[in-house]
Design a protein around this ligand. Structure first.
Ligand SMILES: [Zn+2]
Length: 493
């Protein structure tokens, strides 16, 4: 059902900002009432990057050009991630964002495990905000300043200001708009060439739609070809030191550190990983840094994505050598010993233990070997076995007890929900995902998370004890300063 007076998004405006303006246009005091009116339920988090439940929002508009996909691609930061993850994962994440929940998108999209540092604070250009106010009478958050790596406004040639309020820590349901300030200092800047190119790249990326997503195999082949075409290889070997030096010549080390992409000569460094076989996605910033460092002309991301997604990476295996009667007995013997090894150790470990048998079978009976190995590929996974869930659970529980103690001492803290308590952990999405394996942490969260009634009582108590209630001793005033009304009070309160 469409809602009258729901403000239309401005060009490049974040959905977070649209909702902040909607709160004013619709005159709602309570963040939850706003969510319930627009989305149909009040449990949604105010997400800066992606938004959520976009089908419901599009229904609230009932405006032909504002489809759920248009809201996602034109008013969130999703276009930064979408082209660089595999197609199936992109479809899964988009279904989550358009539908009911957005919890798993942080993990599924790879943003939780990404090296790139996303700011918890919203950023803005003070002069752009002034212009917005002059032309529309209100202020709003734009997408471009929120992108990691973007540190200045190209239009006004000034640094971006950082809003002091961190969205996720104050109230996870609340949307807020930038405040117009006349007192700010603008320091003139010169535009470094690498920042100019980055700005153009991000603007292009934010407008890309309907792109074919390359697979991991296609990205691996592309980076091998890039190393060859730019003279960064010797045969099959990649000249990592040369790439390292080209990257640091183009991008200052201080800037690379500020975005979380430190470049060094360690084996595990991301600049080396991107030239190896891709087993996970790399971020838009990692792709940009490597391509713009190695290529002499500006990197055209759209053309590259189209070209890479057409790569043919089906490997043409040479036929195995013919088996003659003399090798038949040997073949049977190798097959038997290989199968018995596979059952015990799995494919990877068997290859390490019996390298000679593997090499012989690979040369003479490759099709059989690969098909047998695929059946036992997952039977041995030393990485998963190494996780000590019990120790991890105890460590999280110890930290959680400290968080709970501190929270209870602070009467002004937001509602101590499970989610809020977990915001004190740097790996919150990972903990939420694995809670079933963390029984002590989970039971602490269930026991100490604050209910709605408890939170209402705490707000009333703090206003009775420390607020201005002593000046105006009226019940209606107490309710108002506590952000409550008779319809929202629970039975217990
Ligand atoms: Zn500006």
């Amino acid at each position: 059902m469409s809602i009258n007076n729901l403000p239309l998004p401005y060009h490049d405006e974040l959905l977070f900002s649209v909702m902040a303006r909607a709160k004013v246009h619709l005159n709602f005091q309570s963040p939850k009432t706003l969510l319930k009116t627009v989305y149909g339920h009040s449990g949604l988090r105010a997400s800066i990057r992606f938004g959520s439940n976009l089908c419901s929002l599009a229904n609230s508009y009932n405006y032909p050009s504002l489809s759920p996909q248009a809201l996602l691609y034109e008013h969130t930061l999703w276009p930064l991630l979408a082209p660089f993850i595999p197609y199936e994962r992109k479809e899964y994440c988009e279904a989550m964002l358009l539908g009911q929940r957005d919890k798993s998108v942080t993990v599924s999209s790879g943003i939780a495990a990404s090296r790139v540092l996303y700011s918890k604070h919203l950023r803005y250009c003070p002069l752009c905000i002034q212009e917005q106010y002059g032309s529309t009478g209100e202020t709003y958050w734009q997408r471009l300043p929120q992108v990691p790596g973007i540190s200045l406004c190209v239009k006004h040639m000034c640094s971006l200001a950082v809003h002091k309020r961190a969205a996720s820590r104050i109230n996870q349901h609340e949307y807020f708009a930038p405040v117009l300030s006349k007192e700010f200092v603008i320091s003139p800047l010169t535009l470094e060439p690498f920042l100019c190119g980055l700005n153009e790249f991000v603007v292009t990326l934010l407008t890309l739609r309907h792109i074919q997503n390359p697979t991991f195999a296609q990205w691996s082949a592309y980076y091998q070809a890039l190393a060859t075409s730019t003279g960064c290889n010797r045969g099959k070997c990649i000249k990592h030191e040369k790439i390292h030096s080209m990257v640091t010549q183009k991008f200052p080390k201080k800037w690379l550190k500020s975005v979380g992409l430190v470049v060094n000569s360690e084996e595990s460094n991301w600049t080396r990983g991107i030239f190896r076989k891709h087993r996970k996605s790399f971020s838009f910033l990692e792709h940009y840094i490597i391509n713009s460092s190695l290529l002499t002309s500006p990197w055209d991301v759209k053309e590259t994505l189209n070209a890479v997604s057409r790569y043919n990476t089906v490997r043409c295996l040479k036929p195995s050598r013919l088996i003659n009667t003399h090798t038949t007995d040997l073949l049977e013997s190798y097959r038997e010993s290989w199968v018995s090894l596979l059952k015990v150790k799995g494919a990877k470990q068997s290859r390490v233990t019996a390298g000679a048998a593997y090499a012989w079978l690979y040369r003479h009976d490759r099709a059989w070997l690969l098909s047998m190995n695929s059946n036992y590929r997952n039977s041995s996974n030393p990485k998963k076995a190494k996780v000590d869930w019990n120790a991890r659970d105890k460590s999280y529980a110890r930290k959680l007890v400290k968080v709970i103690d501190n929270a209870e001492a602070d009467i002004y803290a937001p509602q101590h929900t499970k989610s809020w308590l977990l915001t004190h952990f740097p790996n919150k999405p990972s903990i939420e995902k694995w809670l079933p394996k963390l029984p002590i942490t989970n039971s602490l969260l269930i026991k100490y998370a604050e209910t709605t009634s408890e939170y209402q009582i705490r707000r009333i108590t703090r206003n009775l004890m420390f607020g201005e209630y002593s000046k105006v001793k009226r019940l209606w005033y107490l309710m108002r300063v506590s952000g409550l009304n008779k319809y929202r009070l629970t039975q217990t309160t």
